[in-house]
Design a binder for this molecule. Sequence first.
Ligand code: 5RP
Length: 218
Amino acid sequence: MSQDLAKRKAAEAALRYVVQGEMLGVGTGSTVNHFIDLLAERHFDIAAAVSSSEASTERLRAHGFKVIDLNAAGPLSVYVDGADESNHQLQLIKGGGAALTREKIIAGASAVFVCIADESKLVDTLGAFPLPVEVLPMARSFVARELVKLGGEPVLRANVITDNGNPIIDVRGLRITDPRALETAINTIPGVVTVGLFAHRPADRLILGSPSGVREVV
Ligand code: 5RP
């Protein structure tokens, strides 16, 4: 419950980045759900949202927000999304909610990426949270073997298929001391759609919530 309150506080603090009348990138997860609900509760007037998942699209539309395709939106000024882990450089592990591919695309298309999370997500070294990797179905076993060569312990996420129709491999046992190098290495394995390491395009702001308040890391 206190973690949920911390998520809501972080989400609330991100509202100040929302520009009324403009398009907004919106991510996925329980922290973002608070953000979407707050946008509605506080009557924010955005032109449209670009969403990173079917789940967020449904929630946005249920509140009456217009949701459009990224191709129709063009560059976005702000993207608000959660994370499973962040280091002090604002490099992230994402994909616990299986939306990593669309999240990485929208982050790449946005000028400012505001990451919202409860304070437990800030770590010195990424990797305690299993690293999600979305793969094409036929490449699942091959990619898993390649991930073992990189020092990880790959586990197929049970009963999960992404919005793009692909399985996810969660990689345990990694201590990620060079996130950019690992992101590049995993990206170059044939069959990998997206690795949930956001190191080449980290967040620009990290808002960490706790039950008593928020702090912002830039
Ligand atoms: C979804 C994500 C989420 O942002 C991440 O899993 C954090 O979720 P939550 O806000 O529920 O802790 O990357 O793919």
